[in-house]
Design a binder for this molecule. Sequence first.
Ligand code: ADP
Length: 520
Amino acid sequence: MTAASDPATSADQPVGLLPADRCGVEVRDLSKRYGDTVALDRLSVSARPGEVLGVAGPNGAGKTTMIKILADEVAADSGEVLIDGEPWTPSIRARGIAVVHQEPQLFPNLTVAENLLVGRERRRVLIHGPNGDERALMEDLGIARFADHRLGSVPLAVQQRTEIARALADEPRILLFDEPNSALTEEESDDLFRRIHRLAESGHVVILVSHRLSELVAHTDRVAIVVDGRCTTVLDGAHLTEDRIARELVVGARGEGRSGASPAETDGGVLVALEGWAHGRGRFGGVELDVREREVVAVVGVEGSGARELVRSVAGFEGATGRLTVAGETGRAAARRTAYVSADRQMSLFPNLTVAENIVARLDREIASRAGVLRRGRAVALGQDARDRFGIKTGTVTAPIGSLSGGNQQKVAIAAAIVQRPAALVLEEPTRGVDVGSKAEIYGLLRRYADDGNAVLMFCTEDAEVFEAADRVHVVSRGSVSPAIRVGDHADVESLAGELARLEEHGARRPQPPIDGSAP
Ligand code: ADP
């Protein structure tokens, strides 16, 4: 893939790098592994003074690892970082790289003001308190009234703003923002972005990691797309649109090895099979359908077509007859090998519980003591693991579920299903009411689950979702199910949508299939 932004990039120049002008930050071929996990795979990208470089990528793409290496919090395995043409050294770090983390990395036992000062200013003792500039900064960021409050006792938004104040107070030349505003209101975010623009205009290098596409478009000059530890393209100018970023993220999330080759053509075994499957109240009938290992299969159809009921029946939420096999089990045992995520988050989540409690709520054996009492520490630990694994954005897993964005609540609902280790995940409209960035992340999450040797069956109402997330799709029309269409055979959503519409029509004209029970 070429750098959409930069016609000047020569053929042998890695994607992401600008022609060297010795100015700003240049990351070259950075690699980093954590055990077997490749976090960065020869990532190259450059950021110039005077611009805001956005970084977008699915969860687990390596964005935070890159920021941590630039901030000297983690060592790279190989590759180099040049600052103004000089190799990165700790003295350069001291000359001014500041980072605002996604989750504030501060001292909960110190006050907000102390957190702003501690470790920064060696000559001045904490007891003197903030100077005029620092006080003005706290005023500007709306945290002055919390100056004497213990950090651990203030809301996450104040903690995040304290971290921002701390980074800005040093007036560093290079500023790294890793989703700095996840806990800020829109107004507070706007204020932060005004500051970020001013910093860039005055010659700072600013790198902003964000999953909010509108923000990337509105507040950055170029956006580097990072997928699987590499920069796959850089967008700017007319290319820098929400649609284009979303598309690049999804293209990456689909993975290189999958280009059009549906796992149905590979030797993955059948994990879910429906034979002579018919709805108890006649919504569909005569269904023959399978989902293989490592495969995501979508079912589409208008309301009343039977598509939704078909998917729900596989998880045991609609009565049906015929033969269902899941991972070699049939009957009730088959339904037990599936986990279901409803279209309505209120059905999948417990609104009065925390994030961690929601994730582990169905894991009775793993979180209860012998006496049957909840082991709270174990629940929190499992919740934290799941938060990291599924990229759930929350300051703490003991936060109420309602404090998360819709997209992150949906990730919790899916995580709660996956931690039960089902062989097949059954979902209804997996991204209903979710922003486009979270959508791409959820598709990535489903893909990783499938890649682990599992099956995904989902009811979708959007053609784009089918295109982005599924390997094959069936159209249900008046209770009759079409043969599977391979999504990879279609170059774009429009072509796929055309075929789905044609099948919908065609199906509608077909005679009704033999259906058990009464007519629809
Ligand atoms: P992103 O910020 O794009 O979501 P990260 O840089 O956090 O991605 O993670 C990249 C990959 O490295 C992920 O697969 C993640 O699970 C893994 N990873 C990150 N930090 C660690 C760590 N400390 N130990 C083990 N694996 C890690």
